[in-house]
Write a protein that binds this ligand. Structure first.
Ligand SMILES: Cc1cc2nc3c(=O)[nH]c(=O)nc-3n(C[C@H](O)[C@H](O)[C@H](O)COP(=O)(O)O)c2cc1C
Length: 374
Protein backbone atom coordinates (compact mmCIF):
# COMPACT_ATOMS: atom_id res chain seq x y z
CA UNK A 1 0.00 0.00 0.00
CA UNK A 2 1.40 3.39 -1.02
CA UNK A 3 2.14 5.55 2.02
CA UNK A 4 2.80 9.23 1.31
CA UNK A 5 3.56 10.12 4.91
CA UNK A 6 7.12 10.85 5.88
CA UNK A 7 9.29 11.69 8.87
CA UNK A 8 11.49 14.77 8.42
CA UNK A 9 13.58 16.29 11.24
CA UNK A 10 11.52 14.17 13.62
CA UNK A 11 8.20 15.61 12.41
CA UNK A 12 5.53 13.42 10.83
CA UNK A 13 4.15 14.87 7.55
CA UNK A 14 1.05 13.40 5.89
CA UNK A 15 2.84 14.04 2.60
CA UNK A 16 6.25 15.57 1.78
CA UNK A 17 4.79 18.54 -0.14
CA UNK A 18 5.00 22.01 1.44
CA UNK A 19 4.21 25.52 0.36
CA UNK A 20 7.43 27.56 0.49
CA UNK A 21 7.75 30.90 2.27
CA UNK A 22 6.17 33.36 -0.20
CA UNK A 23 2.80 35.09 -0.89
CA UNK A 24 0.86 31.77 -0.75
CA UNK A 25 1.71 31.62 2.99
CA UNK A 26 1.46 35.30 3.91
CA UNK A 27 -1.89 35.13 5.75
CA UNK A 28 -4.00 32.91 7.99
CA UNK A 29 -6.66 32.46 5.30
CA UNK A 30 -4.12 31.38 2.67
CA UNK A 31 -2.48 28.90 5.05
CA UNK A 32 -5.74 27.28 6.15
CA UNK A 33 -6.90 27.06 2.51
CA UNK A 34 -3.58 25.43 1.67
CA UNK A 35 -4.12 22.78 4.34
CA UNK A 36 -7.68 22.21 3.11
CA UNK A 37 -6.49 21.47 -0.43
CA UNK A 38 -3.92 18.93 0.75
CA UNK A 39 -0.49 20.48 1.39
CA UNK A 40 1.33 18.46 4.07
CA UNK A 41 2.83 21.60 5.54
CA UNK A 42 3.53 25.26 4.98
CA UNK A 43 6.47 27.55 5.66
CA UNK A 44 5.12 30.97 6.56
CA UNK A 45 6.18 34.12 4.74
CA UNK A 46 9.34 35.26 6.57
CA UNK A 47 8.63 37.05 9.86
CA UNK A 48 11.02 39.71 11.17
CA UNK A 49 11.27 42.44 13.77
CA UNK A 50 12.44 45.31 11.54
CA UNK A 51 9.86 47.55 9.82
CA UNK A 52 9.24 46.55 6.20
CA UNK A 53 8.16 48.89 3.39
CA UNK A 54 7.94 47.42 -0.09
CA UNK A 55 8.66 49.30 -3.34
CA UNK A 56 5.92 51.14 -5.27
CA UNK A 57 4.16 49.11 -7.95
CA UNK A 58 4.33 45.37 -8.69
CA UNK A 59 6.49 43.24 -6.41
CA UNK A 60 6.36 40.08 -8.55
CA UNK A 61 6.01 39.43 -12.29
CA UNK A 62 6.30 36.38 -14.48
CA UNK A 63 8.77 36.04 -17.33
CA UNK A 64 7.31 34.45 -20.48
CA UNK A 65 8.97 32.92 -23.55
CA UNK A 66 7.16 32.95 -26.91
CA UNK A 67 6.19 29.44 -27.97
CA UNK A 68 7.29 30.07 -31.54
CA UNK A 69 10.06 32.63 -31.30
CA UNK A 70 12.81 33.89 -29.09
CA UNK A 71 11.16 36.80 -27.28
CA UNK A 72 11.57 36.75 -23.49
CA UNK A 73 9.35 39.32 -21.80
CA UNK A 74 7.11 39.87 -18.81
CA UNK A 75 4.36 41.20 -21.09
CA UNK A 76 1.23 39.04 -20.89
CA UNK A 77 0.53 37.65 -24.36
CA UNK A 78 -0.99 34.62 -26.07
CA UNK A 79 1.18 31.70 -27.25
CA UNK A 80 3.75 32.21 -24.54
CA UNK A 81 4.84 30.05 -21.62
CA UNK A 82 5.86 31.14 -18.12
CA UNK A 83 9.51 30.28 -17.59
CA UNK A 84 10.20 32.12 -14.34
CA UNK A 85 8.98 34.45 -11.63
CA UNK A 86 10.92 37.58 -10.77
CA UNK A 87 10.31 39.38 -7.48
CA UNK A 88 11.77 42.08 -5.31
CA UNK A 89 9.34 41.60 -2.48
CA UNK A 90 10.69 41.93 1.05
CA UNK A 91 9.77 39.69 4.00
CA UNK A 92 6.31 39.90 5.62
CA UNK A 93 5.24 43.47 6.26
CA UNK A 94 3.27 42.20 9.26
CA UNK A 95 5.10 42.28 12.63
CA UNK A 96 5.63 39.34 15.01
CA UNK A 97 2.71 40.54 17.19
CA UNK A 98 0.41 40.20 14.17
CA UNK A 99 1.64 36.69 13.44
CA UNK A 100 1.60 35.15 16.94
CA UNK A 101 -2.20 34.93 17.49
CA UNK A 102 -2.65 33.77 13.90
CA UNK A 103 -0.07 30.98 14.25
CA UNK A 104 -1.84 29.91 17.45
CA UNK A 105 -5.23 29.83 15.71
CA UNK A 106 -3.89 27.93 12.69
CA UNK A 107 -2.18 25.28 14.82
CA UNK A 108 -5.28 24.85 16.99
CA UNK A 109 -7.52 24.35 13.96
CA UNK A 110 -5.06 22.05 12.10
CA UNK A 111 -3.09 20.13 14.73
CA UNK A 112 -1.91 17.39 12.32
CA UNK A 113 -0.68 19.72 9.60
CA UNK A 114 2.87 20.96 9.83
CA UNK A 115 3.44 24.66 10.46
CA UNK A 116 6.96 25.96 9.90
CA UNK A 117 7.70 29.58 10.81
CA UNK A 118 10.24 31.35 8.63
CA UNK A 119 12.13 34.06 10.50
CA UNK A 120 14.84 36.63 9.81
CA UNK A 121 16.96 39.05 11.83
CA UNK A 122 20.36 40.64 11.42
CA UNK A 123 23.51 38.84 12.44
CA UNK A 124 26.21 41.44 12.89
CA UNK A 125 25.85 42.28 16.60
CA UNK A 126 24.81 40.61 19.86
CA UNK A 127 21.63 42.73 19.81
CA UNK A 128 20.75 41.33 16.40
CA UNK A 129 21.50 37.76 17.51
CA UNK A 130 19.15 38.37 20.46
CA UNK A 131 16.48 39.38 17.90
CA UNK A 132 16.70 35.90 16.36
CA UNK A 133 16.00 34.51 19.83
CA UNK A 134 12.99 36.81 20.36
CA UNK A 135 11.54 35.57 17.08
CA UNK A 136 12.20 31.91 17.94
CA UNK A 137 10.57 32.23 21.34
CA UNK A 138 7.55 34.01 19.84
CA UNK A 139 6.82 31.53 17.08
CA UNK A 140 7.53 28.36 19.00
CA UNK A 141 5.31 29.45 21.91
CA UNK A 142 2.59 30.07 19.32
CA UNK A 143 2.85 26.43 18.21
CA UNK A 144 5.23 26.35 15.22
CA UNK A 145 6.39 22.77 14.64
CA UNK A 146 9.72 23.89 13.19
CA UNK A 147 11.57 27.09 12.35
CA UNK A 148 13.22 28.00 9.05
CA UNK A 149 15.97 30.63 9.18
CA UNK A 150 16.04 32.88 6.13
CA UNK A 151 19.72 33.23 5.16
CA UNK A 152 18.74 33.63 1.53
CA UNK A 153 16.56 36.64 0.62
CA UNK A 154 18.53 38.09 -2.33
CA UNK A 155 17.46 41.73 -2.06
CA UNK A 156 18.72 42.98 1.29
CA UNK A 157 20.52 46.27 1.87
CA UNK A 158 21.97 45.24 5.23
CA UNK A 159 25.23 43.33 4.98
CA UNK A 160 24.23 41.07 7.87
CA UNK A 161 20.78 39.96 6.64
CA UNK A 162 19.26 37.51 4.17
CA UNK A 163 21.56 36.15 1.49
CA UNK A 164 24.41 38.22 2.92
CA UNK A 165 24.30 35.87 5.92
CA UNK A 166 24.09 32.85 3.62
CA UNK A 167 27.23 34.03 1.80
CA UNK A 168 29.28 34.15 4.99
CA UNK A 169 30.08 30.83 6.69
CA UNK A 170 30.88 32.54 10.01
CA UNK A 171 27.54 34.39 10.13
CA UNK A 172 25.78 31.15 9.09
CA UNK A 173 27.30 29.31 12.00
CA UNK A 174 26.92 32.05 14.63
CA UNK A 175 23.28 32.84 13.81
CA UNK A 176 22.29 29.18 13.75
CA UNK A 177 23.99 28.68 17.10
CA UNK A 178 22.14 31.64 18.64
CA UNK A 179 18.84 30.17 17.46
CA UNK A 180 19.68 26.68 18.69
CA UNK A 181 20.37 28.05 22.18
CA UNK A 182 16.66 28.75 22.63
CA UNK A 183 14.90 26.55 20.04
CA UNK A 184 12.87 23.62 21.34
CA UNK A 185 11.70 22.64 17.85
CA UNK A 186 13.77 21.56 14.80
CA UNK A 187 15.67 24.32 13.02
CA UNK A 188 15.84 24.34 9.22
CA UNK A 189 18.11 26.83 7.47
CA UNK A 190 17.31 28.18 4.02
CA UNK A 191 20.60 28.94 2.27
CA UNK A 192 21.17 31.17 -0.72
CA UNK A 193 22.25 29.40 -3.93
CA UNK A 194 24.29 32.51 -4.86
CA UNK A 195 27.66 31.41 -3.49
CA UNK A 196 30.71 29.84 -5.08
CA UNK A 197 30.57 26.61 -3.08
CA UNK A 198 27.38 26.08 -1.09
CA UNK A 199 28.98 23.11 0.67
CA UNK A 200 31.05 25.56 2.73
CA UNK A 201 27.99 27.44 4.02
CA UNK A 202 26.14 24.14 4.57
CA UNK A 203 29.05 22.80 6.60
CA UNK A 204 29.10 25.96 8.75
CA UNK A 205 25.34 25.82 9.21
CA UNK A 206 25.38 22.21 10.33
CA UNK A 207 28.28 23.07 12.65
CA UNK A 208 26.01 25.73 14.17
CA UNK A 209 23.49 22.97 14.92
CA UNK A 210 20.98 23.11 12.04
CA UNK A 211 18.67 20.11 11.79
CA UNK A 212 18.09 20.53 8.04
CA UNK A 213 18.92 22.76 5.08
CA UNK A 214 16.35 24.08 2.60
CA UNK A 215 17.44 25.24 -0.85
CA UNK A 216 17.06 27.06 -3.17
CA UNK A 217 15.73 30.52 -2.56
CA UNK A 218 15.49 32.66 -5.71
CA UNK A 219 18.65 33.43 -7.73
CA UNK A 220 19.80 37.09 -8.03
CA UNK A 221 18.43 38.45 -11.30
CA UNK A 222 17.30 41.54 -13.24
CA UNK A 223 14.15 41.89 -15.35
CA UNK A 224 14.49 42.17 -19.17
CA UNK A 225 14.85 45.60 -20.85
CA UNK A 226 12.17 46.87 -23.21
CA UNK A 227 13.82 47.45 -26.64
CA UNK A 228 11.50 50.40 -27.40
CA UNK A 229 11.53 52.39 -24.17
CA UNK A 230 14.99 51.11 -23.16
CA UNK A 231 13.65 50.76 -19.61
CA UNK A 232 13.66 47.67 -17.43
CA UNK A 233 10.27 45.96 -17.69
CA UNK A 234 9.88 46.50 -13.95
CA UNK A 235 11.20 49.76 -12.61
CA UNK A 236 10.30 52.61 -10.29
CA UNK A 237 11.13 56.04 -11.73
CA UNK A 238 13.46 54.28 -14.19
CA UNK A 239 15.38 52.40 -11.51
CA UNK A 240 15.55 48.71 -10.64
CA UNK A 241 17.62 46.70 -8.20
CA UNK A 242 18.57 43.05 -8.15
CA UNK A 243 15.61 40.75 -7.40
CA UNK A 244 15.10 37.00 -7.30
CA UNK A 245 14.38 34.51 -10.08
CA UNK A 246 12.17 31.49 -9.29
CA UNK A 247 10.10 28.93 -11.18
CA UNK A 248 10.96 26.49 -14.03
CA UNK A 249 14.11 28.40 -15.13
CA UNK A 250 15.93 27.72 -11.85
CA UNK A 251 15.13 24.00 -11.61
CA UNK A 252 18.42 22.69 -13.11
CA UNK A 253 20.56 25.15 -11.13
CA UNK A 254 18.74 24.44 -7.88
CA UNK A 255 19.20 20.71 -8.46
CA UNK A 256 22.94 21.23 -8.93
CA UNK A 257 23.21 23.17 -5.65
CA UNK A 258 21.20 20.51 -3.86
CA UNK A 259 23.33 17.70 -5.32
CA UNK A 260 26.51 19.39 -4.07
CA UNK A 261 25.09 19.35 -0.53
CA UNK A 262 23.44 15.93 -0.47
CA UNK A 263 26.64 14.36 -1.79
CA UNK A 264 28.77 16.15 0.80
CA UNK A 265 26.40 15.33 3.68
CA UNK A 266 24.56 12.10 2.77
CA UNK A 267 23.43 11.54 6.35
CA UNK A 268 21.81 14.98 6.73
CA UNK A 269 18.27 16.18 6.00
CA UNK A 270 17.38 18.48 3.09
CA UNK A 271 14.23 20.19 1.82
CA UNK A 272 14.34 20.74 -1.97
CA UNK A 273 13.02 23.96 -3.53
CA UNK A 274 13.19 25.48 -6.99
CA UNK A 275 11.10 25.07 -10.12
CA UNK A 276 8.76 22.38 -8.82
CA UNK A 277 5.31 22.26 -10.39
CA UNK A 278 4.72 18.53 -10.81
CA UNK A 279 5.82 15.24 -9.26
CA UNK A 280 8.55 14.76 -11.90
CA UNK A 281 10.52 17.68 -10.50
CA UNK A 282 9.79 16.73 -6.88
CA UNK A 283 11.05 13.21 -7.67
CA UNK A 284 14.37 14.61 -8.90
CA UNK A 285 14.95 16.25 -5.49
CA UNK A 286 13.92 13.03 -3.69
CA UNK A 287 16.31 10.96 -5.83
CA UNK A 288 19.12 13.31 -4.75
CA UNK A 289 18.25 12.65 -1.11
CA UNK A 290 15.70 15.31 -0.07
CA UNK A 291 13.08 14.32 2.49
CA UNK A 292 10.56 17.10 1.69
CA UNK A 293 10.06 19.61 -1.14
CA UNK A 294 8.62 23.13 -1.23
CA UNK A 295 6.78 25.08 -3.94
CA UNK A 296 6.30 28.84 -4.48
CA UNK A 297 5.99 30.08 -8.09
CA UNK A 298 3.75 27.27 -9.37
CA UNK A 299 1.39 27.74 -6.42
CA UNK A 300 1.19 31.50 -7.00
CA UNK A 301 0.01 30.83 -10.54
CA UNK A 302 -2.65 28.32 -9.41
CA UNK A 303 -5.41 30.08 -7.43
CA UNK A 304 -2.77 31.68 -5.15
CA UNK A 305 -2.19 28.53 -3.06
CA UNK A 306 -1.84 25.72 -5.62
CA UNK A 307 -4.84 23.38 -5.27
CA UNK A 308 -4.15 21.75 -8.66
CA UNK A 309 -0.41 21.67 -8.06
CA UNK A 310 -0.72 19.77 -4.78
CA UNK A 311 -3.32 17.41 -6.26
CA UNK A 312 -0.83 16.66 -9.09
CA UNK A 313 1.98 16.06 -6.60
CA UNK A 314 -0.10 13.70 -4.47
CA UNK A 315 -1.53 11.80 -7.46
CA UNK A 316 1.91 11.70 -9.09
CA UNK A 317 3.55 10.17 -6.02
CA UNK A 318 0.70 7.69 -5.53
CA UNK A 319 0.97 6.44 -9.15
CA UNK A 320 4.77 6.37 -8.94
CA UNK A 321 4.61 4.12 -5.86
CA UNK A 322 1.95 1.93 -7.54
CA UNK A 323 4.10 1.60 -10.68
CA UNK A 324 7.06 0.54 -8.56
CA UNK A 325 5.14 -1.72 -6.17
CA UNK A 326 6.84 -4.79 -7.70
CA UNK A 327 10.19 -3.43 -6.45
CA UNK A 328 8.71 -3.43 -2.97
CA UNK A 329 8.53 0.38 -2.79
CA UNK A 330 5.81 1.71 -0.49
CA UNK A 331 7.16 5.07 0.70
CA UNK A 332 9.63 7.87 -0.01
CA UNK A 333 12.33 6.16 2.05
CA UNK A 334 12.44 3.33 -0.54
CA UNK A 335 13.74 5.61 -3.30
CA UNK A 336 15.15 8.64 -1.47
CA UNK A 337 18.77 9.31 -2.47
CA UNK A 338 18.83 6.61 -5.17
CA UNK A 339 20.60 8.83 -7.72
CA UNK A 340 22.85 10.77 -5.31
CA UNK A 341 25.83 8.73 -6.52
CA UNK A 342 25.18 9.32 -10.24
CA UNK A 343 26.97 12.68 -10.29
CA UNK A 344 30.70 12.11 -10.83
CA UNK A 345 33.73 14.07 -12.12
CA UNK A 346 33.64 14.70 -15.87
CA UNK A 347 36.65 12.44 -16.44
CA UNK A 348 34.67 9.51 -15.05
CA UNK A 349 31.95 9.86 -17.69
CA UNK A 350 32.15 7.23 -20.46
CA UNK A 351 33.68 8.30 -23.79
CA UNK A 352 34.47 6.41 -27.01
CA UNK A 353 38.13 5.96 -26.07
CA UNK A 354 38.85 6.67 -22.43
CA UNK A 355 42.52 5.59 -22.70
CA UNK A 356 43.44 8.90 -24.35
CA UNK A 357 41.67 11.29 -21.95
CA UNK A 358 43.40 12.26 -18.70
CA UNK A 359 41.00 14.87 -17.32
CA UNK A 360 42.63 17.70 -19.28
CA UNK A 361 46.17 16.83 -18.18
CA UNK A 362 48.80 15.70 -20.67
CA UNK A 363 49.42 12.26 -19.20
CA UNK A 364 47.90 10.00 -16.63
CA UNK A 365 49.43 10.86 -13.27
CA UNK A 366 51.15 8.23 -11.18
CA UNK A 367 54.45 6.38 -10.99
CA UNK A 368 56.75 6.54 -14.02
CA UNK A 369 56.83 3.46 -16.19
CA UNK A 370 59.84 1.26 -15.36
CA UNK A 371 62.69 1.77 -17.83
CA UNK A 372 64.54 -1.26 -19.19
CA UNK A 373 68.30 -0.91 -18.37
CA UNK A 374 69.60 -3.98 -20.15
C1 LIG B 1 7.06 36.67 -4.54
C2 LIG B 1 7.99 35.80 -3.77
C3 LIG B 1 8.21 36.08 -2.42
C4 LIG B 1 9.08 35.29 -1.68
N1 LIG B 1 9.28 35.56 -0.35
C5 LIG B 1 10.10 34.76 0.40
C6 LIG B 1 10.25 34.96 1.79
O1 LIG B 1 9.66 35.86 2.40
N2 LIG B 1 11.08 34.13 2.47
C7 LIG B 1 11.76 33.10 1.85
O2 LIG B 1 12.49 32.36 2.52
N3 LIG B 1 11.61 32.87 0.53
C8 LIG B 1 10.81 33.67 -0.21
N4 LIG B 1 10.62 33.42 -1.55
C9 LIG B 1 11.39 32.31 -2.19
C10 LIG B 1 10.55 31.03 -2.32
O3 LIG B 1 10.20 30.52 -1.06
C11 LIG B 1 11.32 29.94 -3.10
O4 LIG B 1 12.49 29.62 -2.39
C12 LIG B 1 11.72 30.37 -4.51
O5 LIG B 1 10.69 31.12 -5.13
C13 LIG B 1 12.06 29.15 -5.39
O6 LIG B 1 10.95 28.28 -5.49
P1 LIG B 1 9.98 28.24 -6.79
O7 LIG B 1 10.86 27.94 -7.97
O8 LIG B 1 8.98 27.17 -6.48
O9 LIG B 1 9.39 29.59 -6.89
C14 LIG B 1 9.75 34.19 -2.30
C15 LIG B 1 9.50 33.91 -3.66
C16 LIG B 1 8.63 34.70 -4.40
C17 LIG B 1 8.39 34.36 -5.84
Amino acid sequence: MADLSTLFTGIRFENPFLLASAPPTESESNITRAYDVGWGGVVTKTIGLHPVVNVRGPKTKFLRADNTGSRLSMAKRPDSTVVASWNWELISDKPLDWWVPRLEAIKKAYPTKVLVASIMAGSGTDKELANWQVLVEGVQAAGADAIELNFSCPHMDRVDMGSNVGRDPVLCSVSTQAVKEVARVPVWVKLTPATANIVEEAEATFRGGADAISSSNTFPALPPLDPTTLDFEINVDGFVSSGGLGGPAIFPQSLAKMADMTQAFPGREFSGIGGISSFDQALAYFLLGCGTVQVATAAMLDHAIGPNVVRGLIDGMTSFLDQNADRGWTSLEDFRGLRRGSIVPHSEIGRPDSADYHGGYEDAEGYAVAVETR
